[in-house]
Design a protein around this ligand. Sequence first.
Ligand code: ADP
Ligand code: MG
Length: 523
Amino acid sequence: MYTTLYTFKEKILKFSELGLSQDILDAIATHSYVEATPIQEKTIPLTLAGRDVIGQAQTGTGKTAAFGLPILENIDLDNPNIQAAIISPTRELAIQTAEELKKLGHDKHVNVQVVFGGSDIRRQIQQLKSHPQILVGTPGRLLDHIKRHTVKLGDVKTLVLDEADEMLNMGFLDDIEAIIAEVPAQRQTLLFSATMPAAIKRIGVQFMTNPEHVQIKAKQLTTDLVEQYFVRTRPQEKFDTLTRIFDVQAPKLGIVFGRTKRRVEELARGLEARGYHAAGLHGDLTQQMRSRVLDQFKNHEINLLVATDVAARGLDVKDVTHVYNFDIPQDPESYVHRIGRTGRAGAEGTSVTLVAPNEMDYLRAIEELTKKRMEPLRPATLQEARIGRINTAVGEVGKLIHSVNTEDIQHQTKQLLEEYSAEQLAAALLADLAGLDKQNAPVEISRERPLPRRRGGSSSNRRGGGRSYGDKRRRGNGGGYRGGRGGSSHHSDRRDRNDRGGNRNGGYRSKSSSHGFTVREKG
Ligand code: ADP
Ligand code: MG
């Protein structure tokens, strides 16, 4: 096998130079993509030429379109059979991918369908009768359809494992092998992910023919658009530490990662108790529940999504400002995927990882993989958190004033003003809006088993201090202190893998960054 490393500095090609036909180029233009991202530029010509490709590039750099565009290009509209199958680890990701392919294939009139567990199989069977040329699915449900003969993969020309390292991991491997057995040996196989551990790659290569490994090497594995911090904190203090950071950073849209499903549940409930708009996303929820939570997050009805690693893999939610790792991930690769939920498509983000003193070796392992140091952040004090809450409340007063009709309550307002000073009234309003009474609401988070000690690790105090909250912020968003989001690790989640999915949407600020992203300004 041949591995080619590319760096970002090379000239980026326009889509029109990649050998795509007009109806596909039209759809790309409608999508406001101007230039191909590096992974798209390097893999699209290879894929169009029929090669097997392992595509590896940072999170949020357009891998979906990288495999999607050549697939769409090669679809034969006169052939009513499934010609390309894309396998995703979660329902949410399967849905998101299908949405993107539908958009990009719109002008060519390609029929894209998606199958995933936890939803009515009869309805899916009905939809499958429309003869999709592209099928996206989660492994369990895909196999289910294969067994019922409602999906036939005998005419598949291209098979994609998105988030390939996840798909080839133990939890999914049996299903993947069973699916591959249904696909002709004469096929194109594509693996895409931001991370590709060598052991996993060896498994993947067995399913491929003379693959080309295209690796877009950024300076770091994680995007430099994300400011990465860590906070040392004892396990029993983690929850207080986390909520105080929220109070100071006031994340607009954040993901909080927890290690297990139980932890995700407890965190979501605990955050609600302390007055945040939070909800959990993990594999034990019903499909409806998961869709609802994700929609609420995308509509900003909730601004903190608590998730496990698996549940959040690959999700492309616009404008996620923060990622919070309540638990440090056990695998360094998981970290890359977690913080990759922010800093997407040229946007900026902030991540904060809580680390117990005996987990410092895990932090080091992550930094070794990402080639980037996390900056230490000092935990916020109770008083700083209180001020943070009040400051956020101040921002809400204006909105509130415009939304309240005061005509019929003038008598009562006058009465109050006679009895109390304007200062007293404003203070009471702020305290209420800030939910100060909830700031220290008692919350019980069960202890998780500590991570095993990493070998060769002195979990020393290798760094002390920490950026303080009064520091000058390096970015408008507040180095460390505005925004939030987090995640969890996947091991406990791996078993319930079959189905999660997510949504997407386009449109970000126009920004030509080191990431090779150029997008037109959109609403
Ligand atoms: P990845 O799979 O690499 O994490 P996605 O495929 O989810 O990334 O894409 C991230 C975001 O970038 C999506 O919102 C997608 O629509 C957008 N995008 C993809 N390609 C381009 C491009 N060439 N120009 C601008 N935006 C793009
Ligand atoms: Mg992706």
